[in-house]
Design a protein around this ligand. Structure first.
Ligand SMILES: NC(=O)c1ccc[n+]([C@@H]2O[C@H](COP(=O)([O-])OP(=O)(O)OC[C@H]3O[C@@H](n4cnc5c(N)ncnc54)[C@H](O)[C@@H]3O)[C@@H](O)[C@H]2O)c1
Length: 367
Protein backbone atom coordinates (compact mmCIF):
# COMPACT_ATOMS: atom_id res chain seq x y z
CA UNK A 1 0.00 0.00 0.00
CA UNK A 2 1.39 3.45 -0.93
CA UNK A 3 2.53 5.28 2.21
CA UNK A 4 0.63 8.39 3.25
CA UNK A 5 2.98 11.38 3.57
CA UNK A 6 2.49 13.36 6.74
CA UNK A 7 3.67 16.82 7.82
CA UNK A 8 3.82 17.68 11.52
CA UNK A 9 3.09 21.25 12.67
CA UNK A 10 4.06 21.93 16.31
CA UNK A 11 7.30 20.32 17.48
CA UNK A 12 6.91 20.67 21.27
CA UNK A 13 6.59 18.32 24.22
CA UNK A 14 4.17 15.76 22.76
CA UNK A 15 5.65 15.67 19.26
CA UNK A 16 8.36 13.04 19.88
CA UNK A 17 5.87 10.19 20.27
CA UNK A 18 4.31 11.16 16.92
CA UNK A 19 7.72 11.29 15.25
CA UNK A 20 8.39 7.79 16.65
CA UNK A 21 5.08 6.59 15.20
CA UNK A 22 6.54 7.32 11.76
CA UNK A 23 8.95 4.40 12.13
CA UNK A 24 6.52 2.11 14.01
CA UNK A 25 3.82 1.97 11.33
CA UNK A 26 4.34 1.18 7.64
CA UNK A 27 1.34 3.16 6.43
CA UNK A 28 2.78 6.64 7.04
CA UNK A 29 5.96 8.53 6.28
CA UNK A 30 6.77 11.76 8.09
CA UNK A 31 7.98 13.94 5.24
CA UNK A 32 8.31 17.35 6.91
CA UNK A 33 7.87 19.25 10.15
CA UNK A 34 7.31 22.89 11.06
CA UNK A 35 6.97 25.10 14.11
CA UNK A 36 6.64 28.82 14.81
CA UNK A 37 10.07 28.32 16.31
CA UNK A 38 12.03 26.89 13.36
CA UNK A 39 14.85 25.77 15.66
CA UNK A 40 12.46 23.31 17.35
CA UNK A 41 11.42 21.89 14.00
CA UNK A 42 15.07 21.50 12.97
CA UNK A 43 15.93 19.80 16.26
CA UNK A 44 13.13 17.23 15.92
CA UNK A 45 13.88 16.67 12.21
CA UNK A 46 17.49 15.92 13.04
CA UNK A 47 16.65 13.63 15.96
CA UNK A 48 14.05 11.59 14.05
CA UNK A 49 15.54 11.67 10.55
CA UNK A 50 12.80 13.78 8.96
CA UNK A 51 14.02 15.08 5.57
CA UNK A 52 12.57 18.61 5.79
CA UNK A 53 12.20 21.18 8.61
CA UNK A 54 10.47 24.30 7.33
CA UNK A 55 7.97 27.06 7.98
CA UNK A 56 4.24 26.35 8.30
CA UNK A 57 3.63 28.02 4.89
CA UNK A 58 6.26 25.85 3.21
CA UNK A 59 4.83 22.68 4.75
CA UNK A 60 1.29 23.55 3.66
CA UNK A 61 2.53 24.28 0.13
CA UNK A 62 4.22 20.87 -0.21
CA UNK A 63 2.08 18.94 -2.74
CA UNK A 64 3.28 15.54 -1.50
CA UNK A 65 1.85 15.94 2.01
CA UNK A 66 -1.58 14.37 2.38
CA UNK A 67 -2.18 14.70 6.15
CA UNK A 68 -1.20 17.62 8.37
CA UNK A 69 -0.68 16.58 12.00
CA UNK A 70 -1.53 19.54 14.22
CA UNK A 71 0.37 19.40 17.52
CA UNK A 72 0.18 23.10 18.35
CA UNK A 73 -1.33 24.51 21.55
CA UNK A 74 -5.16 24.55 21.82
CA UNK A 75 -5.49 28.23 20.80
CA UNK A 76 -3.79 27.49 17.49
CA UNK A 77 -5.64 24.23 16.71
CA UNK A 78 -8.50 25.80 14.71
CA UNK A 79 -6.25 28.09 12.67
CA UNK A 80 -3.91 25.26 11.68
CA UNK A 81 -6.76 22.83 10.93
CA UNK A 82 -8.44 25.47 8.74
CA UNK A 83 -5.22 26.36 6.91
CA UNK A 84 -4.46 22.67 6.30
CA UNK A 85 -7.94 22.09 4.84
CA UNK A 86 -7.68 25.24 2.71
CA UNK A 87 -4.42 23.83 1.36
CA UNK A 88 -6.26 20.63 0.35
CA UNK A 89 -4.83 18.39 3.10
CA UNK A 90 -6.57 16.02 5.48
CA UNK A 91 -5.92 17.14 9.05
CA UNK A 92 -5.42 15.26 12.33
CA UNK A 93 -4.73 17.09 15.58
CA UNK A 94 -4.19 16.86 19.28
CA UNK A 95 -7.13 17.50 21.57
CA UNK A 96 -9.24 19.54 21.90
CA UNK A 97 -10.45 19.87 18.29
CA UNK A 98 -10.76 23.65 18.84
CA UNK A 99 -11.37 26.02 21.74
CA UNK A 100 -14.83 27.27 20.71
CA UNK A 101 -17.76 25.32 19.32
CA UNK A 102 -18.01 27.85 16.46
CA UNK A 103 -14.44 27.04 15.40
CA UNK A 104 -15.17 23.32 15.68
CA UNK A 105 -18.20 23.74 13.41
CA UNK A 106 -16.17 25.75 10.88
CA UNK A 107 -13.53 23.00 10.71
CA UNK A 108 -16.09 20.24 10.10
CA UNK A 109 -17.97 22.35 7.52
CA UNK A 110 -14.81 23.16 5.54
CA UNK A 111 -13.70 19.51 5.60
CA UNK A 112 -17.09 18.46 4.26
CA UNK A 113 -17.01 21.11 1.56
CA UNK A 114 -13.52 20.03 0.47
CA UNK A 115 -14.24 16.30 0.85
CA UNK A 116 -11.31 15.93 3.28
CA UNK A 117 -11.03 14.07 6.60
CA UNK A 118 -10.61 15.61 10.05
CA UNK A 119 -9.29 13.44 12.86
CA UNK A 120 -8.46 14.17 16.47
CA UNK A 121 -6.75 12.73 19.50
CA UNK A 122 -7.24 11.17 21.95
CA UNK A 123 -6.65 7.79 20.38
CA UNK A 124 -6.04 5.92 23.63
CA UNK A 125 -9.49 4.33 23.15
CA UNK A 126 -7.88 2.31 20.33
CA UNK A 127 -5.35 0.78 22.76
CA UNK A 128 -5.50 -2.81 24.01
CA UNK A 129 -7.02 -1.88 27.38
CA UNK A 130 -10.09 0.01 26.22
CA UNK A 131 -10.61 -2.16 23.10
CA UNK A 132 -10.73 -5.18 25.45
CA UNK A 133 -13.40 -3.34 27.47
CA UNK A 134 -15.33 -2.61 24.29
CA UNK A 135 -15.25 -6.30 23.32
CA UNK A 136 -16.43 -7.33 26.79
CA UNK A 137 -19.40 -4.95 26.53
CA UNK A 138 -20.17 -5.96 22.91
CA UNK A 139 -19.99 -9.65 23.92
CA UNK A 140 -22.49 -9.06 26.74
CA UNK A 141 -20.29 -9.63 29.81
CA UNK A 142 -21.95 -6.84 31.81
CA UNK A 143 -25.32 -6.76 30.04
CA UNK A 144 -26.75 -3.38 29.04
CA UNK A 145 -24.69 -0.41 30.32
CA UNK A 146 -26.89 1.58 32.71
CA UNK A 147 -24.40 3.92 34.40
CA UNK A 148 -20.76 5.02 34.42
CA UNK A 149 -18.30 6.98 36.54
CA UNK A 150 -15.21 8.88 35.35
CA UNK A 151 -12.76 10.52 37.74
CA UNK A 152 -9.63 12.48 36.79
CA UNK A 153 -8.29 13.74 40.11
CA UNK A 154 -4.88 15.33 40.51
CA UNK A 155 -2.82 18.31 41.53
CA UNK A 156 -2.05 19.77 38.11
CA UNK A 157 0.58 19.69 35.34
CA UNK A 158 2.63 22.64 36.66
CA UNK A 159 4.90 20.19 38.49
CA UNK A 160 6.12 18.40 35.34
CA UNK A 161 5.10 20.15 32.09
CA UNK A 162 7.94 22.36 30.72
CA UNK A 163 5.45 25.01 29.53
CA UNK A 164 2.35 24.69 31.78
CA UNK A 165 0.96 28.24 31.28
CA UNK A 166 -1.32 27.28 28.36
CA UNK A 167 -2.85 24.49 30.44
CA UNK A 168 -4.65 27.12 32.58
CA UNK A 169 -5.83 29.25 29.64
CA UNK A 170 -9.27 29.14 28.04
CA UNK A 171 -9.28 25.94 25.95
CA UNK A 172 -7.43 23.94 28.61
CA UNK A 173 -7.96 23.37 32.35
CA UNK A 174 -8.73 19.86 33.61
CA UNK A 175 -11.94 19.46 31.57
CA UNK A 176 -10.55 20.54 28.19
CA UNK A 177 -7.08 19.05 28.74
CA UNK A 178 -7.97 15.70 30.35
CA UNK A 179 -11.74 15.41 29.81
CA UNK A 180 -11.29 14.29 26.18
CA UNK A 181 -9.64 11.01 27.30
CA UNK A 182 -12.53 10.15 29.62
CA UNK A 183 -15.35 11.39 27.40
CA UNK A 184 -13.98 9.71 24.27
CA UNK A 185 -13.57 6.42 26.16
CA UNK A 186 -17.17 6.70 27.43
CA UNK A 187 -18.53 7.42 23.93
CA UNK A 188 -16.56 4.48 22.56
CA UNK A 189 -17.96 2.18 25.27
CA UNK A 190 -21.52 3.47 25.71
CA UNK A 191 -22.30 5.84 22.82
CA UNK A 192 -23.10 9.55 22.38
CA UNK A 193 -24.61 11.85 25.02
CA UNK A 194 -27.86 13.86 24.83
CA UNK A 195 -27.69 16.06 27.97
CA UNK A 196 -25.15 17.16 30.60
CA UNK A 197 -25.08 19.19 33.79
CA UNK A 198 -22.14 20.64 35.68
CA UNK A 199 -20.90 22.47 38.74
CA UNK A 200 -17.55 24.12 38.16
CA UNK A 201 -15.26 26.30 40.21
CA UNK A 202 -11.91 28.05 39.83
CA UNK A 203 -10.45 27.26 43.23
CA UNK A 204 -7.22 29.32 43.01
CA UNK A 205 -6.76 32.41 40.77
CA UNK A 206 -3.09 31.57 40.19
CA UNK A 207 -0.85 28.49 40.33
CA UNK A 208 2.83 28.14 41.20
CA UNK A 209 5.11 26.28 38.77
CA UNK A 210 7.22 23.60 40.48
CA UNK A 211 9.02 22.16 37.43
CA UNK A 212 12.82 22.48 37.13
CA UNK A 213 12.67 25.20 34.47
CA UNK A 214 10.49 27.91 36.05
CA UNK A 215 10.32 26.84 39.70
CA UNK A 216 8.36 29.39 41.77
CA UNK A 217 6.93 31.35 38.82
CA UNK A 218 3.21 32.21 39.14
CA UNK A 219 0.77 31.57 36.31
CA UNK A 220 -2.74 33.04 36.04
CA UNK A 221 -5.76 30.72 35.89
CA UNK A 222 -8.51 31.53 33.35
CA UNK A 223 -10.69 28.41 33.68
CA UNK A 224 -12.50 26.23 36.24
CA UNK A 225 -10.14 23.77 37.89
CA UNK A 226 -12.67 21.49 39.60
CA UNK A 227 -15.65 20.38 37.51
CA UNK A 228 -18.30 17.88 38.61
CA UNK A 229 -20.80 16.80 35.98
CA UNK A 230 -23.48 14.36 34.97
CA UNK A 231 -24.16 12.87 31.54
CA UNK A 232 -27.35 11.38 30.09
CA UNK A 233 -26.34 9.05 27.27
CA UNK A 234 -28.60 8.62 24.23
CA UNK A 235 -29.07 4.93 25.19
CA UNK A 236 -30.41 5.91 28.63
CA UNK A 237 -27.27 5.29 30.73
CA UNK A 238 -26.35 7.97 33.32
CA UNK A 239 -22.73 9.05 33.86
CA UNK A 240 -20.94 10.95 36.64
CA UNK A 241 -17.66 12.77 35.95
CA UNK A 242 -15.18 14.82 37.96
CA UNK A 243 -12.11 16.45 36.42
CA UNK A 244 -9.97 18.27 38.95
CA UNK A 245 -6.46 19.62 39.36
CA UNK A 246 -7.25 20.85 42.89
CA UNK A 247 -6.82 17.63 44.89
CA UNK A 248 -3.67 16.18 46.40
CA UNK A 249 -4.73 12.57 46.07
CA UNK A 250 -7.67 10.27 45.47
CA UNK A 251 -8.40 6.55 45.44
CA UNK A 252 -11.39 6.91 43.13
CA UNK A 253 -11.20 4.66 40.05
CA UNK A 254 -10.53 6.23 36.64
CA UNK A 255 -13.52 4.75 34.83
CA UNK A 256 -16.19 2.18 35.65
CA UNK A 257 -19.17 1.00 33.60
CA UNK A 258 -22.13 -0.50 35.46
CA UNK A 259 -24.27 -2.90 33.42
CA UNK A 260 -27.49 -4.82 34.03
CA UNK A 261 -25.43 -8.01 34.54
CA UNK A 262 -22.11 -6.82 35.94
CA UNK A 263 -19.50 -4.11 36.49
CA UNK A 264 -16.51 -3.32 34.26
CA UNK A 265 -13.41 -1.55 35.61
CA UNK A 266 -11.78 0.32 32.71
CA UNK A 267 -8.08 1.26 32.77
CA UNK A 268 -6.76 4.84 32.91
CA UNK A 269 -8.01 6.26 29.58
CA UNK A 270 -4.82 8.32 29.25
CA UNK A 271 -2.96 5.01 28.67
CA UNK A 272 -3.20 2.21 26.10
CA UNK A 273 -2.78 -0.71 28.52
CA UNK A 274 -4.90 -2.56 31.13
CA UNK A 275 -5.70 -3.69 33.74
CA UNK A 276 -9.32 -4.62 33.08
CA UNK A 277 -11.59 -6.17 35.72
CA UNK A 278 -15.11 -7.57 35.56
CA UNK A 279 -17.50 -8.60 38.31
CA UNK A 280 -20.60 -10.38 37.04
CA UNK A 281 -23.88 -10.44 38.98
CA UNK A 282 -23.32 -14.06 40.07
CA UNK A 283 -19.70 -13.63 41.23
CA UNK A 284 -18.46 -12.39 44.58
CA UNK A 285 -15.08 -11.03 43.39
CA UNK A 286 -13.73 -8.96 40.52
CA UNK A 287 -11.82 -11.01 37.90
CA UNK A 288 -8.73 -9.67 36.11
CA UNK A 289 -9.48 -10.10 32.40
CA UNK A 290 -6.77 -10.97 29.85
CA UNK A 291 -6.35 -8.28 27.20
CA UNK A 292 -7.74 -9.41 23.85
CA UNK A 293 -6.20 -6.60 21.78
CA UNK A 294 -2.70 -5.34 20.98
CA UNK A 295 -1.27 -1.79 21.06
CA UNK A 296 -0.82 -1.74 24.83
CA UNK A 297 2.39 0.35 24.81
CA UNK A 298 2.25 4.14 24.43
CA UNK A 299 0.89 4.06 20.87
CA UNK A 300 -0.06 7.73 20.38
CA UNK A 301 -0.54 8.13 16.66
CA UNK A 302 -2.83 5.08 16.31
CA UNK A 303 -5.74 7.36 15.40
CA UNK A 304 -3.56 8.96 12.72
CA UNK A 305 -2.64 5.51 11.34
CA UNK A 306 -6.29 4.54 11.29
CA UNK A 307 -7.04 7.73 9.33
CA UNK A 308 -4.23 6.95 6.86
CA UNK A 309 -5.73 3.47 6.25
CA UNK A 310 -9.17 5.06 5.94
CA UNK A 311 -7.84 7.35 3.19
CA UNK A 312 -6.26 4.48 1.25
CA UNK A 313 -9.12 1.99 1.76
CA UNK A 314 -12.04 4.42 1.46
CA UNK A 315 -13.52 3.55 4.84
CA UNK A 316 -14.50 5.62 7.91
CA UNK A 317 -11.84 6.53 10.47
CA UNK A 318 -12.37 6.03 14.18
CA UNK A 319 -10.83 9.08 15.94
CA UNK A 320 -13.12 11.31 13.92
CA UNK A 321 -13.70 15.05 13.84
CA UNK A 322 -17.40 14.41 14.50
CA UNK A 323 -16.62 12.58 17.75
CA UNK A 324 -14.08 15.28 18.75
CA UNK A 325 -16.70 17.96 18.11
CA UNK A 326 -19.24 16.04 20.23
CA UNK A 327 -16.63 15.88 23.02
CA UNK A 328 -15.96 19.63 22.61
CA UNK A 329 -19.68 20.36 22.99
CA UNK A 330 -19.94 18.16 26.11
CA UNK A 331 -17.01 20.00 27.73
CA UNK A 332 -18.57 23.38 27.02
CA UNK A 333 -21.87 21.94 28.23
CA UNK A 334 -20.51 21.21 31.73
CA UNK A 335 -19.19 24.76 32.04
CA UNK A 336 -22.31 26.39 30.55
CA UNK A 337 -24.64 24.35 32.76
CA UNK A 338 -22.70 25.50 35.81
CA UNK A 339 -22.80 29.16 34.75
CA UNK A 340 -26.50 29.11 33.84
CA UNK A 341 -27.84 26.79 36.54
CA UNK A 342 -29.65 24.53 34.05
CA UNK A 343 -29.09 21.24 32.23
CA UNK A 344 -27.36 21.69 28.88
CA UNK A 345 -29.11 19.93 25.94
CA UNK A 346 -26.43 18.59 23.58
CA UNK A 347 -27.11 19.43 19.92
CA UNK A 348 -24.44 17.26 18.32
CA UNK A 349 -24.08 13.51 18.19
CA UNK A 350 -21.65 11.06 16.61
CA UNK A 351 -21.34 7.42 15.69
CA UNK A 352 -19.79 5.05 18.19
CA UNK A 353 -16.50 4.24 16.44
CA UNK A 354 -16.21 0.71 14.99
CA UNK A 355 -14.44 -1.72 17.33
CA UNK A 356 -10.97 -2.85 16.26
CA UNK A 357 -10.49 -6.50 15.36
CA UNK A 358 -8.66 -8.55 18.01
CA UNK A 359 -6.63 -10.15 15.23
CA UNK A 360 -4.47 -7.46 13.63
CA UNK A 361 -0.93 -7.50 12.24
CA UNK A 362 1.72 -6.12 14.64
CA UNK A 363 2.27 -2.84 12.81
CA UNK A 364 -0.96 -2.35 10.88
CA UNK A 365 -4.67 -1.83 11.37
CA UNK A 366 -6.44 -3.16 8.29
CA UNK A 367 -5.34 -6.78 8.22
N1 LIG B 1 2.53 17.29 26.65
C1 LIG B 1 1.74 16.25 26.80
O1 LIG B 1 2.02 15.33 27.60
C2 LIG B 1 0.51 16.13 25.95
C3 LIG B 1 -0.14 14.92 26.00
C4 LIG B 1 -1.24 14.73 25.19
C5 LIG B 1 -1.69 15.77 24.40
N2 LIG B 1 -1.08 16.96 24.39
C6 LIG B 1 -1.62 18.03 23.53
O2 LIG B 1 -0.69 18.31 22.50
C7 LIG B 1 -0.76 19.70 22.14
C8 LIG B 1 0.62 20.29 22.27
O3 LIG B 1 1.04 20.14 23.60
P1 LIG B 1 2.58 20.20 23.99
O4 LIG B 1 2.62 19.75 25.39
O5 LIG B 1 3.41 19.51 22.95
O6 LIG B 1 2.81 21.79 23.92
P2 LIG B 1 4.19 22.57 23.70
O7 LIG B 1 3.94 23.96 24.13
O8 LIG B 1 5.30 21.80 24.29
O9 LIG B 1 4.37 22.52 22.08
C9 LIG B 1 3.55 23.22 21.20
C10 LIG B 1 4.39 23.64 20.00
O10 LIG B 1 3.53 24.24 19.01
C11 LIG B 1 4.18 25.38 18.48
N3 LIG B 1 3.15 26.28 17.98
C12 LIG B 1 2.23 26.98 18.69
N4 LIG B 1 1.44 27.68 17.87
C13 LIG B 1 1.86 27.42 16.61
C14 LIG B 1 1.45 27.85 15.32
N5 LIG B 1 0.42 28.69 15.17
N6 LIG B 1 2.11 27.38 14.25
C15 LIG B 1 3.15 26.53 14.40
N7 LIG B 1 3.59 26.09 15.59
C16 LIG B 1 2.96 26.53 16.68
C17 LIG B 1 4.97 25.95 19.64
O11 LIG B 1 6.05 26.76 19.19
C18 LIG B 1 5.45 24.67 20.35
O12 LIG B 1 6.69 24.24 19.86
C19 LIG B 1 -1.80 20.33 23.07
O13 LIG B 1 -3.03 20.39 22.39
C20 LIG B 1 -1.88 19.34 24.23
O14 LIG B 1 -3.18 19.34 24.82
C21 LIG B 1 0.03 17.16 25.13
Amino acid sequence: MKKVKVGIIGCGNISSIYFEAGSKFDIIEIAACADLDLAKAKEQAEQFGVPKACTVDELLADPDIEIVVNLTIPHAHAEIHMRALQAGKHTYGEKPLAVTMEDGERILALAKEKNLLVGSAPDTFLGGGIQTCRKLIDDGWIGKPIAATAFMMGSGPESWHPNPGFLYEVGAGPMFDMGPYYLTALINLIGPVRRVSGSAQMTYPERTITNDIDYGKKIPVEVPTHIAGTLDFENGAVGTIITSVDVWGSKLPHLEIYGSKGTLVVPDPNTFDGPVYVKRHNQSEFMAMPLTHGFTQNSRGLGLMDMAYAIRNGREHRASGEMAYHVLELMHGFHLSSEQGVHYAVASSCKQPAALSADLPRNGLDG
